[in-house]
Design a protein around this ligand. Sequence first.
Ligand SMILES: O=C(O)CCC(=O)C(=O)O
Length: 395
Amino acid sequence: MSSCTIYRELWYSLASSLVHNEKIFLHQQMAPSFDNGNSLFEFVVQDGNGVKGLVDLGLEKVPERYIQPQHERIDKLDKCSNELLPPIDLSKLDGPSHDQVVEAIAGAAQMVGFFQVVNHGVPVELLESLKDAAHRFFGQPAEKKAVYLKGVSPSPLVKYGTSFVPEKEKALEWKDYVSMVYTNDTDALEHWPIECKEVALEYLKTSTKMVRRITEILIANLGVTLEDSSKVVDALTSLKMVNMNFYPTCPSPELTVGVGRHSDMGTLTVLLQDGIGGLYVKLEGKPDAEEEWMEIQPIPGALVINIGDTLQILSNGRYKSAEHRVRTTSTQSRVSIPIFTVPRPTEKIGPLPQLVERDGVAHYRDFIFQEYMNNFFGKAHEGKKSLDFAQSSSA
Ligand SMILES: O=C(O)CCC(=O)C(=O)O
């Protein structure tokens, strides 16, 4: 070997060790200390590392910013059985048990606001692919997801983030999410993230018929005469958004929440959850001090349906937009994939006049849905407080 070659090799070896040391040094310099709330907020929320990024650092303790006040923590054992709610087989709507199925749907909407359905028209293999796609999306390095952060996302249809409204929350939620608004197939395939766009679009399209049918059943069950009920269903279900939620493992699930107590603002929500569990629904009719929660236990192949604020308002309180929340786990990351069906922002929403006449009172006032959305997204989750916006002064 010539002295020139030896010299070159020595030089390369020295240079690469310098680069290596520099990298370690930079990493040490850049490793977040989280000694104050702001640097954690910057790392998780603003830089888009999410809770996933935090957990990937090898976190052993839940940071202060995620610790919920005592009354918001979820006791795993404090729940009633959900035997009350056997899954509803939607294929029976087209057979001799039609009336019983309608009764089961309307009964669950009135009593709990939640139910599960099977034979819903969404292929079971697609449900598996959706969960895989969610893991694929969130398993990417933070910089791949951060391109969809609010304010920088290349499309207004897609938003990646963490918690619900982090700027307004005292304690953050242990959840990252990506939201995909549907306008049409072309836009979805062009703008939604490549890791999940095809399955998410297929999910939305194969569930549309079911959403429409359930909405039709619930409207018909109100016993009011509508000039054009199909138009009412259109108006209530015209906007759709698919979300993917990711709940990383948490070192102390008893101190945190995946999602805090809230109700959904729209008409109906369809939710796919994986097998881990942790979705709790509050049963109405108990005093606050004795509040009772039911876990919606995962059923393979089933979808969860829940009533949103819009249907509670339209039905003058007959249907329940149930308060719900999500517990975190220490063993496995959980994913859930809701489709939120909501009215157009320009739609006027209020209780149906015939129901107000029948009840002798309007429990809610009329408003434009955009105003409701602005109020809903402008505040941290706080149970069913979102409905206060629609409260009628005469009720
Ligand atoms: O993850 C779940 O089971 C529920 C999610 C939820 O409530 C929401 O995204 O609003």
